[in-house]
Design a protein around this ligand. Sequence first.
Ligand code: PGA
Length: 252
Amino acid sequence: MRKPLVAGNWKMNGNAVSINELMGLLVSGVKQAAEGVDVLVCPPAVYLAQVSELARGSAIKVGAQNACQHAAGAYTGEVALPMLAEFDCEYVIIGHSERRALFGEDDALVAEKCAAALAQGITPILCVGESLEQRDAGQALAVVGAQIEAVLTRCGIGAVADMVIAYEPVWAIGTGRTATPAQAQEIHAAIRAQLAEQDAKVAAEVRVLYGGSVTAATAAELFAQPDIDGGLVGGASLKAADFLAICSAAAA
Ligand code: PGA
C-alpha cells in the first residue's frame, strides 16, 4: 500500500513572520489531517532551520526546493545536500519545471541531482511534465517518458524505489488550470508502466504525486485516481486551511 504524500512547495514566498504564523496553524491543524498521509513542507532554503525547529515533534516533515549536485566547494550561491541534512530535510524537490525553464536545468543535471540526493539519504521528489505546446502536439507521454528515462539511465531502477515522482504539467502550474483527473491518471499510469518494464515491484510501490493548481476543491477527485498518491502543491500550500484540507483529501 502506498501511503499518500502531500508536499507544499512554498516557492520563493514568505518571510520569518508569515512562516511562523503558517507553521503554527499547520502544526496544530495537522494532528487530525495527517492521519494516514505524509505531510511535507518545502520552504525557501534560508528558512529551513526555522521551519525544522517549528516542525519538531509534529507530524510535519521538511524538505528543500532544490539542491546542488556537489557536496561542497566553490559553487557560489548553491546549497549542498549535506547542509540540508543538517536541518532535518528528508526530501528535496528536484527538476521542478521552474528550475528547468528558468535556471537551465536539463535532464542530465536533474538526474545528477537525484543521484546526489539519494547518496545523501534525502528522498528526491523528481518533477516531470510537458508544456502546453508539447501536449497540443500529442507529445505529453513522450516528453514525460524521456524525463523519467534520463533518471533511470543515471540512477537505475533500484534507486527509483527510494524516490518520489511528481507529474506536473507545466500548463497547470500556477495557472488555475488543473489537469482533469483523467488527464493526470493517464500520465501517472504511463509512468508506472514505464517503470514496470524494468521492475514491477518498484513500479507498484513508488509514490507518484500530481502537481499543478491543486486546490481543496480539486484534490479529492485527483487523489481518488488509482495511480495518484497525493500532491505537490504550490499556491494552495501557503494557506493553512487550504493545505490542511488537501492533506485530509489525501488521507480519505
Ligand atoms: P501550483 O504549483 O499548485 O501553484 O500550481 C505547483 C508546483 O509548482 O509545484
